[in-house]
Design a protein around this ligand. Structure first.
Ligand code: ADP
Length: 481
């Protein structure tokens, strides 16, 4: 089975969040299951620099304002189509904006181009390659499904995975004329959305199936509270909606072999975590003692509940935990966290920035990771936490609710607890969870049992990849029906 994945990010080449982890890991997990996944990605500078032999398999004399070409390359284990369109992608900064964080004003053009190419490949543009299924991700590639629908690939089964419904790619109606779609597409059941053009909306409308990255989030987005204006459409499409929880790359995230760690360890050698813990204490200027270190590795945003966290830092310290925060995002929230660290020198440390290596050391050395997200489609850091014996403390929402078993008395005595959940998501409930954590941490046998139980959890891609294969098969059966 040939599946074309279309995505704006793929680990390890270009990553701003969990989407890249998923699109990078899924092809590898599918390969052993008879599914060949090829991925179309934009030719950002880091991507173009990652391969030497440049031979185009398809050329565009004019694609959204300039010349473009598609290259078929293998980078590491990933089979890729790279869209080389210098006028759109050869820029310094991030994939969506400048280094200082403002979005590129022509993002609609950049990701319409990516999607148009996805639609062309689906329609057989590249000789010798015809995907059986097209799999798009988030708003940046969602329009692929519209280009397929209004072009010549309407018969190719498609699905879109929603990694985060908050990002919708909503633009003014003025761009419609430049998308190269027929006039009929600018309709309520097409790309039109509140008078403008909705990229994600168009994909949700055109996809044969919609998936999101956990069963609970799949249910939540049908409600006005989590549906972000799209709940009506999502409810209309409810029979085609699936929730498949993400896995993680258990080779990259393996405490026994992880090169970023100061000391490697397994469930049998948890005491070796002390050396990583020491590294965390040094890096975050924390006083060394026996109290638990609770960490955060996160975008610093409202979605991630970083305001809720910032408001209770004093309470966390009072309850006897230390806190290490790695993250970047909203400048105001970063400021609140830095101020809290200044108030509690030696008890709270904050590093503003994005640091993959440090994130590994934190999972390998901290006692717990706290994730107070207001909504969380899946979440990955709690899965890393499970694998690393860094006990997750999570808001009971989305994928966090699906992947962590709360350490209540019943779960503890049954030996199945893997972390702490709290609800509703507010400062009081978070502090209550921290108190339970501190108490559990003071009972070393109980604590080690929670750690070990988490480390036993299957967080690999294996089962989830099976679910995608099952869905691909179902879609293929609809094609022939
Ligand atoms: P989201 O994609 O919504 O940001 P996820 O939990 O799905 O949240 O994925 C976040 C990913 O980004 C994880 O791999 C996490 O380790 C990583 N990450 C987030 N912030 C940082 C940071 N400041 N430094 C290093 N890694 C980070």
């Amino acid at each position: 089975m040939q599946v074309l994945s279309v995505t704006p990010e793929i680990f390890p080449l270009i990553k701003t969040g969990g989407l890249a982890d998923v699109t990078g890991a899924l092809p590898i997990a599918l390969a052993s299951k008879g599914v060949a996944m090829r991925t179309l990605i934009p030719g950002y500078p880091v991507v173009m620099d990652a391969f030497k032999k440049k031979k185009a398999v398809y050329q565009y004399p004019l694609l959204q304002g300039g010349k473009a070409s598609v290259h078929a390359v293998k980078i590491g284990e990933l089979e890729l189509f790279v869209l080389d369109a210098p006028h759109l992608f050869d820029r310094q900064g991030g994939p969506y904006g400048t280094a200082s964080g403002s979005d590129w004003p022509d993002n609609w053009r950049r990701f319409a181009a990516l999607s148009q190419v996805g639609g062309d490949i689906a329609g057989g543009a590249i000789s010798g390659y015809q995907p059986d299924i097209v799999h798009a991700h988030d708003w940046q590639s969602a329009m692929t499904l519209a280009y397929m629908r209004y072009g010549n690939a309407i018969g190719v089964p498609s699905l879109i995975t929603v990694h985060n419904l908050a990002f919708q790619g909503q633009f003014g109606s003025g761009i419609f004329g430049e998308l190269g779609l027929p006039g009929v597409a600018m309709q309520l059941d097409g790309v039109e959305y509140y008078g403008g053009v909705g990229f994600l909306k168009a994909g949700l409308q055109a996809a044969w199936a919609i998936t999101t990255v956990s069963p609970t989030y799949a249910q939540e987005i049908r409600s006005p509270e989590f549906g972000m204006g799209l709940d009506g459409l999502i409810n209309m499409r409810a029979v085609d909606l699936y929730g498949i929880v993400n896995g993680i790359d258990v080779d990259i995230w393996n405490p026994a072999t992880d090169k970023h760690l100061v000391a490697n360890y397994s469930a049998e050698t948890l005491e070796a975590r002390a050396l990583n813990r020491k590294a965390v204490e040094d890096r975050f200027s924390l006083e060394p003692d026996d109290s638990p270190i609770v960490c955060v590795v996160s975008r610093v945003t409202w979605q991630k509940g970083m305001d809720i966290l910032a408001a209770v830092v004093d309470g966390i310290v009072q309850r006897g935990a230390r806190l290490a925060v790695l993250g970047s995002g909203d400048a105001g929230l970063e400021g609140s966290l830095l101020a809290a660290a200044a108030r509690h020198r030696g008890r709270v440390g904050v590093v503003i920035g994005y640091d993959e290596a440090l994130s590994h050391i934190m999972q390998g050395g901290c006692d717990a990771i706290v994730i107070p997200s207001r909504f969380e489609p899946c979440g990955l850091t709690q899965l890393y936490g499970l694998r690393y014996g860094c006990v997750p403390v999570v808001a009971r929402t989305g994928g966090l609710a699906d992947t962590i078993i709360d350490a209540n008395e019943a779960a503890l005595s049954a030996g199945v607890a893997t972390g702490f959940q709290f609800a509703p998501n507010n400062g009081g409930a978070l502090l209550h969870a921290i108190r339970r954590l501190v108490e559990a941490h003071a009972r070393p046998a109980a604590w080690a049992s929670i750690q070990r139980q988490g480390m036993k959890a299957d967080v690999s891609w294996d089962k989830s990849a099976d679910k995608y294969v099952e869905l691909y098969r179902l879609l293929l059966s609809k094609r022939t029906a």
